[in-house]
Design a protein around this ligand. Structure first.
Ligand SMILES: Cc1cc2nc3c(=O)[nH]c(=O)nc-3n(C[C@H](O)[C@H](O)[C@H](O)COP(=O)(O)O)c2cc1C
Length: 251
């Protein structure tokens, strides 16, 4: 059977009821998953959505290595899981997650640390691990990411629409050489990130950011646009990890 007459090739992409803007406002970083595998039909829909993304000159340089339960997938997951654990152990210490409000188990900082410990500890069992890659056609350039990361976000949004969740990570980076060898990824291919996906164990909830006025300027730098106001009920959060100089700040 050629891939053109695979039964999924005759099925439309699933229609979901969530609106685009609602999906955007509730696509959070999801790091806890049930063990439920992701059906191929849903993977197809997510990857179809990902590949609708724009790219420079419509070169479509994105490629997605989808790792679920095959032999190499299991090895790749274990390899990245070890890197994830090492990275988090160091970050937890250097960002002071155990200090200040980190000693209160109910603080956002402690909750974040628990989530991350659980995430990296179960990393090798994530239902799907995707390596979004970009085939380079010229020397690395600061704008090249614009031909791969929109596709990554499309994938996350489609996952949200279908009731899944995921998160972008850089956990592959320390093991990139071994990973490329294991998965036969050519040298001229840029592994843009590591994406884990699954059915969320909790709920999605609204994304929280800084107030809109801090992000949007008009006419000149730092001049807030008067119309850039958050809708009623918007909740906010601080930017970045806890500051090393002020370990009481929340994560
Ligand atoms: C470039 C980039 C790198 C990231 N790296 C990691 C990572 O290595 N590990 C991780 O758990 N989350 C990582 N994230 C997820 C961010 O922590 C997350 O998107 C951010 O905290 C906002 O989360 P929220 O949308 O749930 O508010 C990364 C996100 C981006 C965009």
């Amino acid at each position: 059977m050629s891939k053109n007459d695979h039964p999924l090739g005759q099925q439309p992409v699933e229609k979901t009821v969530i609106s685009l803007l609602e999906g955007l406002a509730t696509t959070r970083a999801i790091r806890r998953y049930t063990s439920e595998p992701i059906p191929e039909a849903h993977l197809r829909d997510m990857l179809f959505s990902a590949t609708r993304a724009p790219s420079g000159s419509n070169r479509q340089p994105f490629r997605f290595l989808v790792l679920t339960d095959g032999e190499k997938a299991v090895q790749a997951k274990a390899l990245i899981a070890q890197a994830a654990q090492d990275i988090w152990t160091e970050k937890e210490r250097s960002d002071g997650y155990g200090e200040g409000s980190g000693s209160n188990p109910d603080s956002p900082k402690s909750r974040m640390a628990r989530t991350m410990r659980n995430y990296v500890g179960n990393f090798s069992d994530v239902p799907a691990l995707i390596l979004p890659c970009m085939i380079r056609y010229r020397d690395p350039d600061p704008m090249e990411g614009a031909s791969i990361y929109p596709a990554v976000q499309n994938l996350l949004l489609a996952a949200r629409g279908l009731g899944y969740g995921g998160v972008i990570t850089g956990f592959h980076r320390p093991v990139e050489t071994e990973l490329k060898k294991l998965l036969a990824i050519p040298d001229d291919v840029f592994v843009a990130c590591t994406l884990t996906l699954g059915k969320p164990e909790g709920s999605h909830g609204p994304v929280r950011r800084r107030p809109l006025e801090e992000f949007v300027f008009t006419d000149s730098w730092a001049s807030s646009a008067p119309w850039a106001v958050d809708p009623p009920g918007t909740r906010f959060t601080s930017a970045g990890p806890p500051k090393a100089q002020n370990k009481n700040e929340e994560a």
